[in-house]
Design a protein around this ligand. Structure first.
Ligand code: ADP
Ligand code: MG
Length: 625
């Protein structure tokens, strides 16, 4: 028979997976059982509209059987089955979810290969050296067998199978020094694995169990009996009262469903009663999934109608700013034949989605209050998403989100909320100040930030692209305006100081014009009294700050117009300014050079590149000799 090749990417991945020292080999069983359960879900759901194709609900089962002599473990189900084409498509290609990403990720040894790349089925090769899948779909007269010994490829042929569904035979590997594969042929181990990873599966997982029973009438003697046992407790975890579910069970459910070995940061399990009734089991992961900030990430909650899964990952159930939440909603109020198209019009669903959103918000606010450390962990992972949420939809959600966001503060470089910031503003402080930089430390190094700090005011240190847009969208918080320290909005000085400055600017107009001319590209040059000990700094006039212009110009469709109107501020009381004033009178050529140097320094401090590096270095060299 012709041996077909796996797609190249699949081959590499498969090879990696089989040969990598993977500490969680045992999860292959969970993966196969999950697939079986999904397949039954599909068949059951289909049978609701097409009564022909189904079985009575109680007849669905997942079955495990062991043949010790042959060294095989078989996992079978009476789910939807796979056609020849499906066997080829589903099992012949791995890494649908992006082999490229895989390559960049695979250096970290904790990476959850299985889950992240949709390769659950292939985990079978971690324990088996040959896998045979026999499958038949409803209504077909033919069944097909797919068989593979790993990377070399696979075969696909027609075969006999009486019942609809899928049977997977694993030829378990021989034991090695490091690994006892024989445990996967042991009924007690298998029972333990089912309990550990698949207890929540809501179809029975059954296995013939061999036990010793006392022989009736003959005391002391025992005989071998085989009894069929159901290994899982079947009741879906979310249907149990929260008080009866252990942390361990939540964690297992979470990691098997959402492919994350780290425990969730927070689990929300509650039953809502009232006009619409539903049960929710929601998780907030403790770290962002590898693809979270990319287009390939799909948000959503799974929808169940009285225990029957009707939609996987329903995006409409979660707003974008809470897209990190994983979980499910089960409600008898959701109609069974809802489709993705009719979803948005469904009143019940919209009501549930609103309630879920509110719940998540309240729980996050509570977490912030009660466990700040945990909240900060959460915020490090998903804070950008919340800040983006404030900005998006023209600020429509800002009320909801503004108290959930935090920024690093100049105050000990710790996170601060807007409420905390305003709450500890000293008397006399009019605005909420912020500074932008690549890192919070760099933002704090801006000359204008130094001046604000000298005044005893706290500064929000913005270092993410979205940050300033978020604050611009908020505009103010509790009537306090947000002010970027390196713009003309900085309002630190007293009226008297400003009057004095105005006079200086008027009398120094000739020099200031000369500087503007010498440097070029500036909107204006003026004396400043808010630069701390620095000789000069850049700021902007008008709505576009230096930082915003920088962020916007990185966008793919950025036009030329995205420039900040630059202002060179010169410290009126700095020795360098005195020197420039003197040179202006005595040596205009030299004065011009000094102006250029001053401007270059200011650019550097603002995180901008020096426009003409060659000119700059030769000017510095000239100074040095
Ligand atoms: P995932 O479950 O993440 O899609 P898997 O590698 O576990 O990835 O499975 C690949 C696909 O193979 C499944 O999506 C499903 O379509 C199909 N499949 C696997 N096992 C079964 C089964 N027991 N019955 C029917 N289809 C299955
Ligand atoms: Mg799977």
């Amino acid at each position: 028979m012709e041996k077909r090749q796996f797609q190249t990417e699949s081959k590499k991945l498969l090879d990696m997976m089989i040969n990598s020292i993977y500490t969680h080999r045992e999860i292959f069983l969970r993966e196969l059982i999950s697939n079986a359960s999904d397949a039954i879900d599909k068949r059951y759901f289909r049978s609701l509209t097409d009564t022909e194709s189904g079985l009575p609900r109680e007849e669905y089962e997942i079955s495990l059987s062991v043949d010790k002599d042959a060294g095989t473990l078989t996992v079978s189900d009476n789910g939807c089955g796979m056609s020849a084409q499906e066997l080829e498509n589903n099992l012949g290609t791995i890494a649908k979810s992006g082999s490229q990403d895989f390559k960049t990720e695979n250096n970290s040894d904790t990476v959850d290969i299985i889950g992240q790349f949709g390769v659950g089925f292939y985990s079978a090769f971690m324990v088996a050296d040959k896998v045979t899948v026999t499958s038949k779909v409803y209504g077909a007269d033919k069944a097909y067998r797919w068989e593979s010994e790993g990377v070399d490829g696979y075969t696909l042929e027609e075969c006999e199978k009486e019942t609809v569904g899928t049977e997977i035979v694993l030829h378990i590997k021989p034991d090695t020094e490091e690994e006892d594969y024989c445990e996967y042929l042991d009924q007690y181990s298998l029972q333990r694995l089912v309990k550990k990873y698949s207890d929540y599966i809501h179809y029975p997982i059954r296995m013939d169990f061999e036990t010793e029973k006392p022989v009736e009438g003959d005391s002391g003697k025992t005989e071998k009996v085989i009894e069929r046992r159901t290994l899982n407790s079947i009741t879906p975890i979310w249907k149990k009262p929260a008080s009866e579910v252990t942390e361990e069970e939540y964690k297992n459910f979470y990691s098997s469903k959402y492919y994350d070995y780290e425990a969730p940061l927070k689990t929300l399990h509650y039953k809502q009663e009232g006009t619409v009734e539903y049960t929710a089991l929601l998780f907030i992961p403790s770290h962002a999934p590898f693809d979270y900030y990319s287009k390939s990430y799909e948000k959503g909650l799974t929808l169940y109608s009285s225990g029957v899964m009707i939609m996987d990952r329903c995006a409409d159930m979660l707003p974008d700013y809470f897209s990190f939440v994983k979980g499910l909603i089960d409600s008898s109020d959701i109609s069974l034949n809802i489709s993705r198209e009719t979803l948005q019009q469904d009143y019940q669903l919209r009501t549930i989605a609103k309630a879920v959103e509110k719940k998540i918000k309240n729980e996050l606010a509570k977490l912030m209050e009660t466990d700040r450390e945990k909240y900060e962990t959460f915020f490090k992972a998903f804070g950008s998403q919340l800040k983006y949420g404030v900005y998006s939809d023209y600020g429509a959600h800002k009320e909801l989100l503004q108290d959930l966001i935090m920024f690093i503060s100049s105050n000990e470089m710790k996170y601060v909320t807007l409420k905390e910031y305003v709450g500890r503003m000293p008397e006399g402080q009019k605005s909420i100040y912020y500074a932008c930089g690549d890192t919070p430390e760099k933002a704090l190094r801006l000359p204008q930030a130094a001046a604000v700090k000298e005044k005893g005011y706290e500064i929000l240190l913005l270092s993410e692209d979205i940050d300033e847009f978020t604050l611009q969208t908020l505009m103010n918080y509790e009537d306090k305006k947000f002010v970027n320290v390196s713009t003309d909005e900085l309002d630190l000085a007293t009226e008297d100081e400003n009057k004095k400055l105005e006079k200086e600017n008027e009398s120094g107009k000739e020099l200031l014009d000369f500087i503007k001319e010498s440097v070029g590209g500036l909107n204006s040059v003026k004396f400043s009294n808010t630069l701390g000990g620095h000789p000069a700094a850049l700021s902007s006039e008008g709505g576009m700050s230096i930082e915003m212009a920088r962020v916007l110009s990185k966008m793919p469709d950025a036009g030329e117009g995205l420039k900040a109107s630059l202002v060179l501020e010169i410290n009126s009381s700095h020795a360098v300014t005195e020197k420039i004033k003197a040179l202006y009178e005595s040596d205009k050529e030299k004065c011009k050079k000094y102006c250029k140097l001053l401007y270059a320094q200011a650019r550097l401090l603002s995180g901008l590149e020096i426009e003409d590096a060659e000119e700059f270095t030769s000017l510095v060299s000239e100074l040095m000799v």
